[in-house]
Design a protein. Structure first.
Length: 395
């Protein structure tokens, strides 16, 4: 069977909600990482057969965000682009689509990824088009309407996750301890420059000094977080609940791109790939238990690859909530020393449609830096989908 290689991967630094990247629209962020991944691979956009890019909060972004990202990056207009919206799984689903296109023989080079700007998400006046006769109108927050709330499970994502807390008897202390560890790991990684190589810098104009600066450091991790400090936070989703802002993923503005190629294209161009796609999975689960979706996704991808969880050298599991990670751990029994070793979305941010490609990029660079071989990347998805990818580094 044809092999599919990851030639290069890159991400932006994570901008906090209303932070340094608040004026950058998602397609602008996407264009930056697409341009950078081509530059790093030293290949022109002309070699691409397709760009497949995720964007979840599409209101106000513009038609076909993937096309805006692609053309904005300088990719020839003859290269088609398609947008993917599977919420948190968008960019990994884009990668799976690109992988399948290459395996089928239809394509040889694809850029997959995602871009998201939580800061740019608008409000809606749903009845404004046909007019209001009189009285007040409700302003709809698209962040909630098209993101935080799941109509299938009839609740906010955090409310739904509180049900997993009850099912698995997950304590508040266990969640706070996990959140504290992920913050500490992220802070340490930032301080040591662990993420430097995987990040594409973004030029910004300082609002105060008007000087041009390069934004290339994740700004969401918080130094000085302790379990005691987290214990003082109030529950967000239930009065008697356990999930707080401190144990939830952070809103984030970011983008990430992965360059995929067939074995033939790699040989023809003489490029040196980073990794091989070993196996992928995309599954469904009850919307009321969306947080557990990595469980069947991981089980399926391991079965397809004929590997075990113990074979994985490093694992990236997106941290929608600390409770969600812990619930998955109760089923899969991760080696915590391999899991999210440089922190996760609680500390580094969850840029929805970009998250899959973002954490895959972090996984690839961590594997390379540590001289490891096999990596697993997985996410839960609101509405009840799950996605997973196994990669093998090329030495």
């Amino acid at each position: 069977m044809e092999k599919v290689y990851i030639v290069n991967a890159v991400r932006s630094a994570g901008g906090s909600y209303g932070g340094s990247l608040q004026e950058k629209k998602a397609p602008e962020l996407g264009a930056i990482v697409i341009r950078e991944v081509l530059k790093r691979a030293n290949v022109p956009g002309e070699v691409l057969d397709e760009v497949i890019f995720g964007n979840a909060w599409q209101a106000g972004v513009g038609p076909n965000p993937a096309r805006l990202c692609s053309v904005g990056a300088g990719v020839p207009v003859t290269v088609p682009a398609v947008s993917v919206n599977v919420r948190c799984g968008s960019s990994l689903k884009a990668l799976i689509m690109g992988t399948h296109a290459i395996l089928s023989g239809e394509e040889d080079a694809v850029i997959a990824g995602g871009a998201e700007s939580a800061s740019q998400v608008p409000y809606l006046l749903e009845k404004a088009r046909w007019g209001y006769r009189m009285g007040n109108a409700e302003l709809i927050d698209v962040l909630h309407h098209d993101g935080f709330r799941c109509p299938l499970a009839e609740g906010l994502m955090g409310e739904i996750t509180e049900r997993l807390v009850e099912k698995y008897q997950i304590s508040r202390e266990e969640q706070d301890t996990y959140a504290c560890v992920t913050q500490q790991r992220a802070i340490e990684a930032v301080k040591q420059g662990i993420f430097t190589q995987e990040i594409a810098g973004i030029e910004l104009v300082n609002r105060k000094t008007k000087e041009t600066i390069t934004f290339n450091t994740d700004e969401i991790p918080r130094e000085g977080i302790t379990v005691d400090k987290l214990a003082k936070l109030k529950p967000v989703f239930k009065a008697d609940g356990t999930i707080t802002a401190g144990s939830s993923s952070a809103l984030c503005d970011a983008a990430a791109a992965v360059l995929l190629m067939s074995e033939k294209k790699v040989q023809d161009l003489g490029v040196s790939p980073m990794a091989e796609i070993v196996a992928t999975s995309f599954v469904g689960i009850a919307p009321q238990e969306f947080g557990l979706a990595p469980v069947p996704a991981v089980q399926k991808v391991l079965q397809k690859s004929r590997l075990s969880l113990a074979d994985m050298d490093l694992i990236e599991l997106n941290e929608a909530f600390a409770a969600q990670v812990i619930a998955c751990d109760r089923e899969l029994h991760f080696d915590r020393n391999k899991l999210n070793v440089h922190g996760g979305a609680i500390a580094l941010g969850h840029p929805i449609a970009a998250t899959g490609a973002k954490i895959l990029t972090t996984l690839l660079y961590a594997l390379r830096r540590q001289g490891k071989e096999l990596g697993l990347c997985t996410l839960c998805i609101g509405g009840g989908n799950g996605v997973a990818v196994i990669v093998k580094m090329i030495r």
